[in-house]
Design a binder for this molecule. Structure first.
Ligand SMILES: NC(=O)c1ccc[n+]([C@@H]2O[C@H](COP(=O)([O-])OP(=O)(O)OC[C@H]3O[C@@H](n4cnc5c(N)ncnc54)[C@H](OP(=O)(O)O)[C@@H]3O)[C@@H](O)[C@H]2O)c1
Length: 318
């Protein structure tokens, strides 16, 4: 495998970011019902003021509305913000040329000349990792993105993407994957360790398990919409985890449940990007960074969530 120096890209210096799926998405997140533009603008502003300077969006979030909103907010601030968005590999996009074309659309929606991180949102059967990375190399050459990442890639595809980029002297900057106290697959199957070894930043999405790790949902009060059925089983096992998060938070200078859950990910070496619908959520989440759980607290959280789901210890074939 061709290797490339990967220790210096900007993602290694970022502790936590902000997810923008909620901005414009009606189906899962109820944009227009539970929150509106003024709320997500406030979430953005509060995050920036509290030192969060990395925002993750995607061309498919709110069918482009998330990128448009982010573009509007960026124009209204003088603070430096690092922007990440994603290419969605629809089945009709099977050539490398579709990648720079999609990025051009994202740049236009955000009113930017370039972004900091461009990610492939999901692997696809219609395009190999090598072809995808050829498209990504073109984006870098055109100066439209500083760095390249993937998302939802298992180790096999991640290594293929890493090698394909390395041939052009470009590091694979990140792999954005589902990772939280209630979803530890990447720890168990070795993806997290492999990322660390190769200098690939593991970006943790759904770090609050879509709101479950805030303490506000329970069997009696499940999250609304599809989240309720998605998490029916997990909600049964949740109380003991929430109790422990609460206890640890209280013993650690009155941190909240969600702050402890986010800090646990930071301590594991991941970069969490919690989504926020409003300023209160953004403010609370920002408080998850800038401090460290003790080794003993991490071990207790590990132990409490080790068997919360069944994990395969084998690396995924994808
Ligand atoms: N690459 C991918 O395939 C992929 C997949 C998923 C997500 N992502 C990215 O990761 C980001 C984060 O993941 P996520 O949005 O799925 O889930 P998450 O960050 O685990 O949860 C976000 C949700 O939890 C609730 N919440 C957040 N902070 C809270 C607080 N302090 N107090 C109370 N409730 C709070 C809010 O929903 P309610 O108020 O409605 O409960 C919020 O919408 C996304 O925005 C997106 O950028 C990427």
């Amino acid at each position: 495998m061709t290797e490339v120096s990967n220790e210096t890209h900007f993602l290694h210096a970022i502790e936590m970011g902000l997810g923008a799926w909620q901005w414009g998405d009606r189906v899962i997140w109820g944009y227009g019902q539970t929150h509106a533009e003024k709320d997500v603008r406030a979430a953005f502003d509060v995050s920036l003021n509290l030192g969060i300077r990395f925002v993750d969006t995607a061309e498919i979030y709110g069918s482009g509305l998330s990128e448009r909103l982010l573009g509007r907010f960026l124009k209204e601030t003088d603070l430096p913000v690092l922007v990440a968005t994603k290419f969605f590999p629809w089945p009709w996009r099977f050539t490398k040329g579709t990648i720079p074309r999609a990025l051009k659309g994202s740049l236009e929606r955000m009113g930017l000349d370039s972004i900091d991180l461009y990610q492939v949102h999901w692997p696809a059967v219609t395009m190999s990792p090598e072809t995808m990375m050829e498209g990504m190399v073109e984006c870098v050459k055109r100066g439209w993105t500083r760095t390249v990442g993937v998302s939802n890639f298992g180790q096999n595809r991640m290594l293929r993407a890493y090698s394909a980029l390395a041939q052009h002297g470009i590091p694979l900057a990140s792999n954005q994957v589902h990772y939280s106290l209630l979803s530890r697959e990447v720890e168990k199957n070795g993806t997290l360790a492999r990322c660390k070894e190769l200098g690939i930043r593991l970006i943790a999405y759904s770090p609050l398990e879509k709101g479950l790790l805030t303490g506000k949902y329970s069997l009696k009060n499940p999250p609304p919409g599809v989240r309720g059925s998605q998490y029916a089983e997990l909600l049964k096992k949740l109380p003991s985890v929430i109790k422990l998060l609460q206890e640890i938070g209280q013993n650690h200078g009155d941190k909240t449940i969600s702050q402890v859950a986010l800090n646990w990910l930071i301590c594991k070496g991941a970069l969490p990007i919690p989504g926020a619908k409003n300023s209160q959520q953004a403010e609370m989440n920002a408080g998850g960074a800038g401090w460290q759980l003790t080794e003993e607290q991490i071990a207790r959280l590990d132990h409490a969530t080790d068997n919360i789901r069944e994990y395969s210890s084998r690396p995924p074939s994808s």
